[in-house]
Design a protein around this ligand. Structure first.
Ligand SMILES: Cc1ncc(COP(=O)(O)O)c(C=O)c1O
Length: 458
């Protein structure tokens, strides 16, 4: 057999289907992406029917493309990195890494109000999941006395992790038990039996104080760590009531449990860098994991920011991906752009505009299709009504054909303590660089797509 190899590959529309592992059980979208620029993507029907068409991207690459596609600042950072920065692993100091870390976590750094300088250190990983794995590893190592090489007398017996119903923290082995979704675990014996690394996991409903207080009174002394998304993403963009996260942090600190904030999704999406904050300011955490937008839409990367007292045993978590110069250059230059152009402040305003538009133009008009709107900043969620949830894929395709690329979160489903069921929720999370006019266009497309889905031809 002759091998034509890569030269023979033709960019025909939608012929990779059988080669790319299908994570959706045959339910992949019937479109092909042909490319994109700014907040617009060019799509075609899979199989080649019809002309290619343009959509506004309200998904932003699973909420990771904060600067849209092809931003010149990202291109300059990549060019600078590839041309000049070479390689440096985590065993040697890198000037580019120091520049990033000093500029963010050092004295006077961009994030110093959140992480008091001198109290925290950070590491990089390839993905949100890997960042969360490292966070768990740090939690686990806190039970161990590295100097005496034996369990820590105070922490060694702690064997419980608190997570929340509907949580989403990633797919890797140690993270799956943190998701209280049997569907994802059943039939996988190695991760079904115990929690991460053999720790037990308890799931509480998110945002409700009473079960939290009961839990801490009962099991606080056993608790090793709390793992929380400050706004639950996959659960349906659930925003906790005021005061909840601060109470959670206080309870964890009081009982000696480590607080791990999963800000992989929320980083730079809520009108501020970190969603672990309230009207009184930042809410302290022991470990914060950020990802998605951190890679400025071109890299899959994450950062784990942990108290200096948390560490792994020597060589315990060495990684090829730990804050490479290229990664640091992209993050550094992207953050500088966000700061200089005040994109977070702007996104808080845009978020208010987006929420208003979605409320008036979509939620109010289609009460049989959508039943709730929630969110903060450019991270908004429209929860589906039950009937529409049953035909989610058709609704989504219709909205995409109408000109807006949206995605759906699974929803928290059934929850305890009499809390309402949460149906799948449309995530509307366009890049920070979206203009007010593009927001209007995007909402108009959601409206058009919904009307077509309902068949009224509006
Ligand atoms: C809150 C949260 N944590 C972790 C992850 C996992 O990140 P990744 O897909 O980069 O592994 C995600 C991804 O959707 C997420 O939303």
């Amino acid at each position: 057999m002759s091998h034509a190899g890569l030269t023979a590959a033709s960019p025909s529309h939608g012929l990779d289907g059988d080669l790319h592992l299908d994570h959706y059980g045959g339910g992949r979208l019937p479109f092909v992406s042909l490319g994109g620029r700014g907040v617009r993507l060019r799509l075609a029907e899979r199989g080649g029917a019809g002309e290619p068409f343009e959509v506004i991207d309200a998904s932003g690459g699973y909420a990771s493309a904060c600067l849209g596609a092809g931003h010149p600042a990202v291109l300059r950072a990549l060019t600078r990195a590839v041309t000049d920065l070479g390689y440096a692993t985590d065993e040697i100091e890198s000037a580019e890494r120091t520049r990033l870390l000093a500029g963010t976590l050092g004295s006077g750094g961009l994030w110093c109000d959140h992480f008091p300088p001198g109290d925290y250190h950070a590491a990089g990983r390839n993905s949100g999941s890997e960042g969360m794995e490292l966070a768990l590893r740090l939690v686990l190592e806190s039970r161990y006395d590295h100097r005496r090489l034996r369990p820590d007398p105070e922490r060694g017996g702690r064997d419980l992790v608190l997570a929340f119903q509907g949580a989403w923290h990633g797919w890797t082995g140690a993270l799956t038990p943190l998701l209280n979704r049997r569907h994802f675990r059943v039939g996988l014996p190695q991760i079904a039996a115990d929690g991460p690394y053999g720790l037990a996991v308890e799931h509480l409903p998110f945002g409700v104080l009473e079960p939290l207080l009961e839990f801490f009174a009962r099991d606080g002394e056993r608790l090793l760590a709390v793992v929380v998304e400050p706004i639950q993403g996959d659960a349906g963009l659930l925003v906790p009531p005021p005061g909840y996260l601060r109470t959670l942090a206080a309870l964890a600190a009081e009982h000696g449990a480590l607080l791990v904030a999963d800000e992989v999704l929320t980083f730079a999406k809520t009108g501020r860098f970190f969603a672990m904050a309230d009207e009184y300011g930042p809410i302290p955490t022991d470990v914060t994991v950020i990802g998605k937008s951190l890679g400025m839409g071109v890299l899959s990367t994450s950062m784990v920011i942990a108290r200096r007292s948390l560490a792994v045993r020597p060589s315990g978590a060495v990684a090829t991906s730990d804050l490479r110069p290229l990664t640091c250059a992209v993050i550094h230059d992207g953050l500088r752009l966000i700061e200089e152009e005040e994109l977070l402040e702007r996104s808080a305003e845009l978020g208010a505009q987006l929420a208003g538009l979605l409320d008036r133009e979509v939620l109010d008009r289609f009460p049989g299709t959508y039943r709730g709107l929630r969110g903060t900043g450019l991270l908004q969620g429209l929860e589906l009504a039950e009937d529409a949830a049953d035909r989610l894929r058709d609704l989504r395709s219709s909205i995409i054909r109408a000109g807006c690329y949206v995605e759906f979160m699974a929803g928290a489903g059934r929850r305890s303590h009499g809390l309402p069921y949460v149906f799948p929720t449309m995530r509307v999370a366009p890049p920070l660089v979206t203009s007010p006019a593009e927001l209007e266009e995007l909402v108009a497309a959601i409206q058009r797509g919904t009307a077509r889905f309902l068949g009224d031809g509006r």
